[in-house]
Design a protein around this ligand. Structure first.
Ligand code: HEM
Ligand SMILES: *[C@@H]1O[C@H](CO)[C@@H](O)[C@H](O)[C@H]1NC(C)=O
Length: 344
């Protein structure tokens, strides 16, 4: 008998006689609690979570994101990548922002997957502005989420209505980052399964990769497609351009050698990315795979044909990503400084 049948037949019973609930209905109750428990985190996020505790929070964050963008446009790009690297690793909980502490935290930023990530110091600028208005109230996890939202808007992407109420982790997951974030040359099957594991479907995964419409890739992540022979899936003219940007197979790790993702609109989150990968001008192996894998190619085509449609899907996908398994209620904490777990 199902739980719902159980409950309705109990209701009928109670109308006639008063009986103690059976052990089976207790079981159903606990099952319900269990189900609730797994759905609660996500559903406890809400729009304008800080409307009473810190009414200006979202405005201050946006102000800071705009100010930083005006000084260093690439900060906005970093906020988008931060959302991905924070949220896909277990939870959107700002674990990414924890810095390495001697005999303490090992930062996720030290993972090979975090290669090229930048502008972390400006997260502190945002957090300080928020702390000044409302001490110990707004989580670093919500700053990761909202700065990504505002960064996307600054980069000509869609305006996304994002929920808040995430709390901050008390630990870093540095040792398991590679179990969650795919590598630049992983198979599309692996990429899709990593996203599916956090509830991001195939089309949403295709949309999220559209973030590679902005930003850069260091030669280190490209040279395997250029040397000793040029990857035959790469457009030959584009390969020549990339070889100019990355002239040697062993780039000096200290030299900042990189190529831009999108030469036409490098600072705009638009569907040019999909047009590029369809022309085999994607930089990463995963970008190229996205355009050719039969599971993803139809979505790539649709997004290449229609920027509006891409923006709709991108918004939907960013929300899915940003709501992955948040800490809520009395889980975690509100960090005072995004780089460190609170002392207590
Ligand atoms: C299969 C999934 C993904 C892989 C393997 C991947 C890998 C990479 C790699 C290797 C870089 C270049 C790093 C460098 O050399 O500096 C990069 C850059 C970037 N990625 Fe991804 N990425 C993936 C998905 C995403 C997603 C879902 C987002 C956001 C929604 C994202 C946002 C970015 C951004 C914005 C940059 C440029 C960063 C900058 O210029 O500072 N990526 N990604
Ligand atoms: C992917 O690239 C990494 C270096 O970033 C390399 O160590 C690894 O062998 C490559 N994997 C495949 C499947 O080519």
């Amino acid at each position: 008998m199902s739980c719902s049948g159980m409950l309705s037949s109990n209701r009928r019973d109670m109308a006639t006689t008063t009986r103690k609930p059976s052990s089976r209905s207790y079981m159903c109750f606990f099952l319900l609690l269990l189900i609730l428990h797994f759905h609660l985190g996500k559903s406890q996020l809400q729009q304008n979570y800080y409307s009473e505790s810190c009414p200006k929070a979202e405005e201050i964050i946006k102000q800071q994101v705009v100010q930083l963008y005006n000084k260093h446009g690439n900060t906005a790009i970093s906020w988008v990548r931060n959302l991905f690297h924070d949220c896909i690793v277990k939870s959107c909980d700002a674990s990414l922002l924890l810095t390495t502490v001697r005999r303490g935290v090992l930062s996720e930023q030290t993972s090979e997957r975090s290669f090229g990530m930048r502008n972390f110091k400006y997260v502190n600028t945002i957090k300080e502005a928020v702390e000044q208005e409302c001490p110990l109230t707004v989580s670093c996890a919500d700053i990761v989420a909202l700065s990504a939202r505002d960064g996307i808007a600054m980069l000509g992407g869609p305006n996304i209505e994002m929920k808040t109420g995430r709390r901050d982790s008390k630990e870093s997951y540095a040792t398991v980052v590679e179990d969650f974030i795919p590598n630049h040359n992983d198979s599309m099957s692996l990429v899709l399964s990593r996203f599916q594991a956090i509830g991001v479907d195939i089309e949403a995964t295709v949309a999220l990769l559209g973030a590679h419409s902005v930003g850069r890739v260091h030669c280190k992540n490209l040279v395997h497609r250029l040397y000793p022979t040029v990857d035959e899936t790469l457009d030959p003219a584009h390969a020549e351009y990339l070889q100019r940007r990355c002239p040697t197979p062993n780039p000096d790790p200290k030299a900042v050698l990189y190529a831009r993702n999108d030469l036409k609109t490098p600072m705009i989150i638009d569907n040019n990315y999909y047009k590029n990968i369809l022309q085999h001008k994607g930089l990463l192996t995963v970008d190229e795979e996205l355009a050719t894998d039969p599971r993803t190619a139809p979505h790539v085509q649709k997004m290449a044909d229609d920027n509006e449609y891409f923006h709709q899907q991108f918004s939907r996908a960013v929300l899915l990503l940003s709501e992955n398994n948040p800490l809520t209620g009395d889980q975690g904490e509100i960090r005072k400084d995004c780089r460190y777990v609170n002392a207590n």
